[in-house]
Write a protein that binds this ligand. Structure first.
Ligand code: MN
Ligand code: MN
Length: 300
């Protein structure tokens, strides 16, 4: 994909991501502050020798993805929650993306098992030149056999250096039009089936707590304060997603307002919280796999 992947750095990121994912599961408890859980995971990643490739996402029940605490967020994990933790680790820009679901209700075991099986089945067929149609078909079939629906507008993706979503979408449903699209050797891919007892579709919620720098020219002029904030963002995070709360100590009091302006001017991409359209419960599991000339290596 035009980027030479550093396998040693990817393996290092993968080791940190596996440990962080295990640590995350140990932190998910009824009554825990979502902010504490996410900050603890991000700190763990740094202390283990990696950097967060994006903010820790902790999405509960019908919230499928992209929830990270906002500034001053006081939400806690409620009783009976189905909790997705999605985390990313990078070492020098080489990214590993992984996610796990924890069922605190004791009622959604089958949903979790089915989603996990869909991921395992998908990973088991990954090899050089596997068709994207085949991956989506195996995911959809496994989830439907379990009695659930795949979320059709959420997908896996390829990963580039400092780029989490590098342009290729890996579907969670059978899409015949992708039959000829194949995973080339030297590609890093994230597989992430989402399953639900709802409609099988997510819609954008109103909240955005995650942004990334687009690298594009602004649609209109930037104030000097906006330029300064954008410089800080591109230096600290490059093109990786970051959380509003990571900028809480930045010089201006109204960093949230500035981020909204930079978003409206096209220089930041926003990641709205994604909610299941039928308010169904959502489960997700994710692995990152390096596809080489000869094999598929599960990094985390
Ligand atoms: Mn992820
Ligand atoms: Mn991903």
């Amino acid at each position: 994909m035009g980027v030479v992947l550093d396998v040693d750095k990817l393996r290092a990121a993968g080791r940190v991501a596996v440990a962080a994912r295990e640590y995350a599961v140990s932190l998910v408890r009824v009554g825990a502050l979502v902010l504490d859980v996410c900050e603890s995971i991000e700190r763990f990643i740094v202390e283990s020798g990696g950097l967060p490739a994006f903010p820790c996402n902790l999405s509960i029940n019908e919230v499928a993805a992209h929830y990270t605490p906002g500034l001053g967020d006081s939400s806690v994990i409620p009783e009976g929650a189905v909790v997705k933790v999605d985390l990313g680790v990078h070492v020098d820009g080489f990214i590993v993306d992984t996610a796990v679901t924890v069922d605190l209700s004791g009622e959604h075991g089958k949903l979790l098992e089915t989603t996990m099986r869909a991921l395992e089945e998908a990973v088991s067929i990954v090899k050089p030149y596997v068709s994207l149609y085949d991956i989506g078909r195996v995911v959809e079939r496994t989830i439907r056999e379990g009695g659930f629906k795949p979320i059709r507008n959420l997908s896996g993706h390829n990963i580039g250096r400092y780029v989490v979503h590098a342009g290729l979408s890996i579907p969670n449903v059978a899409d015949r039009s992708l039959f000829r699209l194949r995973v080339q050797p030297g590609t890093l891919i994230a597989l992430e089936p989402f399953a639900t007892n709802g409609k099988g579709l997510v819609v954008d919620g109103p909240t955005i707590n995650i942004y990334s720098y687009t690298g594009r020219e602004p649609k209109m002029g930037l104030t000097s304060l906006e330029v300064e904030l954008l410089d800080h963002i591109s230096r600290e995070y490059k093109t990786l997603p970051f959380a509003t709360r990571w900028l809480k100590n930045w010089k201006s009091g109204d960093v949230e307002g500035l981020l909204k302006l930079l978003h409206s001017k096209g220089v930041l991409h926003g990641y709205p919280v994604l909610v299941e359209a039928g308010r169904g419960v959502v489960a997700q599991f994710e692995h990152t796999v390096l596809v080489t000339e000869s094999e598929a290596i599960v990094l985390a």
